[in-house]
Ligand binder design. Structure first.
Ligand code: BGC
Length: 751
């Protein structure tokens, strides 16, 4: 839909009216200054602004900032550095740019500050497991405060790629499989990183990445092609980006992958078309690392000059790391002067980002050497870690541990400080990571058993002995930090190394086992977990991993996380999203009926999307709706009461799903449309109300959103497969909507 149409449709569906991103207004104040600068710039200086180069490597920041590099800054050959940090070195670098270069344009300093800077926090998938946007926002805020103190302006996060295939290693960096949950986490992170005003300090520019479809890589292989339908692209993969743009994300990054044969770094239809023209996005667009040059590998450009021209035409303003704009865009412009206005546009956006950060007014406004040395914020780290833990199984109330029980702690992951930090550790230090072993100390007998990789099983006998001496076994299994992240896709996502041998040996002792699953992806563990009464998913939780897990194990805190992505039974089931279409022959437990299922496997995942338990039972009342029908411009409130029937406080995540049973196209049998995490004291009852607009049931039809007349079913419950109450209503008319249904947030009230 073109922008014009969006405006028209906006009048129809007021609840979802498009709010232009804040960046537009802010850069307008600086537009005269920016125009004057562009008028004075040589082509080389413009290409310099469009260039971002590494000032170091991920693990050796600033290592390339030598005299030759400073000379390049003096000549105006670059607009931005990544992989740099430190208040003092960056102040000096900035000084060279603003005092010694001809046009005195400040530099932009960027780094992947993904889940903490010094205080490393839970990985993004874990934060999403909190099902609490406030948790994601708090994590972003703390990361921004610390990174700002180190002189940084810009982080390459949030990764808002929907990821439905846990073989994909970057599943750890996102919010999981669902666009609605993903959109809420995207907004929260943008808010946390950027605050209300980037120029006010203690904040960073966020970057919604990787636009778009990166999470749909075929077979879950990182960097591989994605090929999704137009409907799935619009209904599943684009909405979290839309939500990030609406929340004011100052930058976007294009993805490495191609989508149906068109590499995203050259995808004019989606970048310049959908993002810029249709959504009105005005922020800065950066390529991913070396991706402009890699257009040659994709086979869509023969020369670097062609690659540069393609990326520019697509709308990529800044070249990360490949040097293709600085070295070859000049040649492309020489043969096609029509590119020049696009160069000016790109430079304008880059300068607008610098203006939005306040760098023209105070190029040294970022960085604070005193604050940079501040101690870690462990209380926040522990709180966020605790909230990210998911209790998946608890047969016979094995957890919390009974006081006085003799505990055996087994598994090398329980003592792996490095893995507490996850895959993007910024300036986190391994010695800051408190492991589960350290947290439990002498209260348990520890045996490493086996590591999550390798073939050394020599520790198994001692682990068996420790288990035999214990009343209960805590067994840490899963993946270390290096199993997930970029280029960390795996064809088999069961237990690696000799872990399964350890698990089976411990089961044979007959002692009750609590499996503590660590790692950055949902693993396929049906067989491994058979016969294990309690299972806790603890991801990679940051510097306070151990204490947070210990608080849940001992019952000092209540587990309240929920799965942001379902856990398959076996690898071959992936991907297995909960929001699937009904099909003509829906999966049937009866194998004599031909149906959409695997014959060698039960239907559905082992643990479903949204699943998670607490230490008390929660009873749900009846879902009641404010109306039996609403107009297409209308809203509806769905209310349900929940009661903690147990003896301890509980954190319940009330989830609302919707289904459109008969529509012009087949619709998923349930889709998340609202959620809220609520604390309930023992015996307490609370009432949760969700207010939705008809636009939230819009369907993507070629080129536009359409809300169709007809019935909608709402389902409230404790997970995607634990629906406690349902109710239906009708939408009485049909109309075009103006934004992705899942980009619109449901208003939630808890009374
Ligand atoms: C990743 C990005 C990251 C960039 C800079 C790339 O390889 O795909 O997510 O922000 O490197 O480190």
């Amino acid at each position: 839909m073109k922008r014009r149409d969006v405006m028209k449709a906006g009048a129809l569906l007021a609840a979802s009216a498009w709010a232009p991103v804040a960046v537009a207004a802010q850069s307008r104040d600086h537009s005269a200054r920016i125009k004057a600068l562009i008028d004075q710039m040589t082509l080389a200086e413009k290409l310099g602004q469009m260039t971002q180069i590494p000032g170091g490597r991920q693990k050796s920041l600033n290592s390339k900032l030598d005299a030759a590099m400073l000379d390049r800054v003096r000549k105006g050959e670059m607009g931005s550095f990544l992989h740099v940090a430190g208040a003092e070195p960056l102040r000096e670098l900035q000084r060279v740019a603003v005092e010694e270069s001809r046009l005195k344009i400040p530099l932009l300093f960027a780094m992947d500050v993904i889940h903490g800077y010094r205080t490393i926090l839970p990985v993004p998938l874990a934060l999403a497991a909190s099902w609490d946007p406030a948790v994601a926002e708090a994590a972003a805020r703390l990361a921004a405060e610390e990174a700002w103190a180190a002189g940084l302006h810009w982080t390459f996060t949030p990764m808002v790629d929907v990821a439905r295939d846990p073989r994909w290693g970057r599943v750890v960096e996102g919010a999981g499989e669902d666009p609605y949950l993903g959109a809420r986490m995207a907004e929260a992170q943008v808010k946390g990183f950027q605050g209300a005003d980037l120029a006010k300090g203690q904040r960073l520019m966020a970057c919604a990445k990787h636009f778009v479809g990166y999470g749909a890589a075929i077979g879950g292989r990182d960097y591989d092609s994605a090929d999704v339908s137009d409907r799935t692209l619009n209904e599943v993969y684009l909405p979290p980006f839309h939500a990030a743009a609406r929340a004011g994300a100052a930058s976007f990054m294009t993805a490495f992958n191609d989508l149906g044969g068109v590499p995203m770094t050259a995808n004019a239809a989606l970048v310049r078309g959908t993002l810029r023209d249709n959504w009105g996005y005005q922020g800065l667009i950066v390529s991913d690392w070396n991706a402009i040059k890699e257009l040659i590998n994709h086979g869509v450009a023969e020369t670097p000059a062609q690659a540069a021209a393609l990326a520019l035409r697509a709308g990529v303003d800044m070249d990360m790391a490949s040097g293709t704009y600085s070295e070859h865009l000049g040649a492309a412009v020489a043969v096609d002067a029509g590119l020049l206005p696009l160069v000016d546009q790109a430079v304008g956006r880059i300068l607008a980002a610098k203006a939005r950060l306040g760098l023209f007014d105070d190029p040294f406004g970022f960085g604070d050497p005193a604050h940079e040395k501040a101690p870690l914020n462990r209380p926040v780290a522990r709180d966020l870690a605790r909230r990210s833990i998911v209790l998946l199984r608890n047969e016979g109330g094995l957890l919390p541990l009974k006081p006085g029980a003799k505990v055996g702690l087994i598994g090398a992951l329980a003592d792996d400080a490095s893995s507490t930090l996850g895959s993007w550790r910024a300036r986190g230090q391994i010695e800051d990571g408190v492991t589960l072993r350290a947290a439990l100390g002498d209260t348990v007998e520890y045996q490493p058993g086996v590591k999550p990789r390798g073939s050394d099983g020599s520790g198994i006998p001692a682990a068996i002995d420790a288990a035999k001496r214990a009343d209960v076994v805590l067994l840490a299994i899963g993946e270390d930090y290096d199993f997930t992240g970029e280029a960390r896709s795996y064809a088999e996502i069961g237990l690696a190394g000799l872990q399964i041998a350890l698990v089976e040996a411990l089961k044979a002792t007959g002692k009750p086992i609590v499996a503590i699953l660590m790692g950055g992806r949902p693993l396929a563990l049906e067989k491994a977990l058979t016969g294990i009464p309690a299972v806790l998913q603890t991801w990679l939780l940051g510097v306070e991993s151990g204490p947070a897990i210990a608080e849940i194990l001992t019952g000092k805190a209540s587990p309240g996380g929920r799965l942001p992505i379902g856990m398959p039974r076996v690898t071959g089931q992936s991907p297995i999203p909960y929001a699937h279409l009904p099909t003509g022959r829906p999966a049937n437990p009866d194998l004599s009926v031909d149906s959409a299922r695997y014959r060698d496997m039960d239907i559905g995942p082992l643990f479903a999307f949204g699943h998670g338990l607490g230490y008390s039972e929660v009873k749900y009342g009846e879902l009641s709706l404010s109306a039996a029908e609403i107009p297409v411009t209308g809203t509806l409130t769905a209310t349900i009461s929940i009661t903690n029937t147990g003896k301890v406080a509980v954190e319940e995540v009330v989830q609302l799903y919707a289904n459109d049973p008969v529509a012009s196209v087949s619709r998923p049998d349930r889709e998340l449309r609202g959620f809220v995490r609520v604390t309930l004291k023992p015996g307490e009852t609370r009432k949760v109300s969700f207010t939705l607009s008809a636009a939230q049931f819009g369907i993507w039809q070629p080129g536009k959103w359409v809300v169709e007349k007809g019935e909608i079913k709402l389902m409230a419950g404790a997970s995607s497969t634990d629906i406690r109450s349902e109710a239906g209503f009708r939408i009485t008319g049909t109309a075009a909507g103006d934004m992705p249904a899942t980009s619109i947030a449901t208003r939630v009230r808890v009374a």
